[in-house]
Design a protein around this ligand. Structure first.
Ligand code: PLP
Length: 395
């Protein structure tokens, strides 16, 4: 079948919740994607910051194939080898204490919210605790995750959402302080806001929020679903700030394409929150997903991924800054490492994305006017040059 036939069939049977770009991808190789017509694309989106290792990594693929032949699923009524090993890796990488594996980022947020509420409930047995979330944030689409997502357009049709959520402005400590009450049990934020338009946190802001939480025994939740797993140059974005949360959520690149997420609790939170009967999942942390997680951590080390994000990421920043100087349509660059956004002015950002696709370059958007670049973390300087060349053709 041809592209148009697949699109027609997709639109006939798949619920139309996305305005998809008119491309049907068939396979990937390294940092390139191929569509069903055999056209080649340089991928600077990585399936929305997921496929950090690039496509067709032999060791990764073999690890999954081996696991499929052993066992794919056991349920959480039993232990399984990949989950136990992956748990150790996630706990050590985050510097926290206990992990719960989920199937998605959204579910990791749900778990984080439940852990925070339970922690507060154990202290005073009251059932009206509040959570402070940030305007312009994104945490997912389920009712709980949507409730802490600071985007009126996403929320409005689905009200009433879960109660007790207040919003403050990101990078504005006073605005957060103004929302704190005796009932506040948690503050949730992304150390680098992703979907909202690539906004890194100010170091003073994160430090101030951490201090505030310590003073009042409020749990600090960092959503590192997009900015974590090496994306910004440290394993987790908060590590560059030297600030640890009480709860961290992780997903996207955690399994590099196999659906898996996690919420991770520090010792204090793990010791006084969720216990047997409080939370569960049939699939979460299944052997296949955790085999992926284990291999991802191994390959991050073996292929010096963090080092590459630092060096090639710096080169990417430099090249993007030059674009901002050169073209009026780019107002500024924001971001860290390989999580970059170009603010577009004077034309719809979607137009640039479509033209880029026609030129064999996959990029995505964030917020209303930001061109988002979240490539596989294994790109080289040559790939950056190729991206710039293709992007300039669209301008
Ligand atoms: C993508 C994302 C989510 C939601 O993850 P899903 O896997 O789509 O459920 C939550 N928070 C952030 C910061 C994200 O980027």
């Amino acid at each position: 079948m041809k592209t148009n036939e697949y699109i027609e069939m997709g639109e006939k049977y798949i619920l139309h919740t996305y305005n998809r770009y008119p491309v049907v991808f068939e396979k990937g190789d390294g940092v390139y994607l191929y569509d069903v017509e055999g056209r080649k694309y340089l991928d600077f989106a990585a399936g929305i910051a997921v496929f950090a290792l690039g496509y067709g990594n032999k060791e990764y693929n073999d690890a999954l194939k081996d696991q499929i032949d052993k066992i794919i699923h056991t349920s959480n009524l039993y232990y399984n080898v990949p989950a136990v090993e992956a748990a150790k890796k996630v706990v050590e990488a985050t510097g926290l204490s206990k992990v719960f594996f989920t199937n998605s980022g959204t579910e990791a947020i749900e778990g984080a919210i439940k852990a925070a509420r339970k922690y507060a409930w154990l202290k005073d047995k009251s059932t009206d605790h509040e959570i402070i979330a940030m305007n312009n944030s994104f945490h997912g689409r389920s009712m709980g995750a949507l409730s802490v997502t600071g985007n009126a357009h996403y929320q409005e049709p689905f009200k009433p959402l879960i109660g007790g959520i207040k919003f403050a402005d990101f990078n504005d400590l006073d605005s957060v302080k103004a929302q704190v009450t005796d009932k506040t049990c948690a503050i949730i934020l992304e150390p680098v806001q992703g979907e909202g338009g690539i906004y890194p946190a100010d170091p003073d802001f994160l430090k101030g929020v951490r201090q505030l939480c310590d003073e009042k025994d409020i749990l600090l939740i960092f959503d590192e679903i997009q900015c974590g797993m090496g994306r910004t140059g440290t394993m987790f974005a908060c590590q560059a700030y030297g600030i640890l949360p009480d709860i961290m959520t992780c997903a996207k690149a955690l399994g590099c394409g196999v659906p898996v997420g996690a919420f991770v609790l520090n010792e204090k939170t793990a010791a006084a929150s969720l216990v047997p009967g409080d939370h569960g999942t049939t699939y979460g942390g299944n052997p296949l997903a955790c085999a992926a997680v284990n291999k991802v951590f191994e390959l991050f080390e073996k292929e010096n991924v963090l080092e590459n994000v630092k060096t090639t990421g710096a080169y990417l920043e430099q090249k993007l800054d030059a674009l901002v100087d050169k073209y009026d349509c780019f107002k500024e660059r924001r971001g860290k490492g390989m999580m970059q956004g170009l603010v577009v002015e004077g034309q719809p950002v979607g137009q640039i994305v479509n033209k880029a696709l026609e030129n064999g370059l996959v990029v995505i958007t964030a917020g209303t006017n930001v061109l988002r670049l979240v490539p596989p973390l294994v790109i080289t300087k040559a790939h950056v040059d190729e991206m710039i060349e293709k992007l300039e053709k669209c301008l």
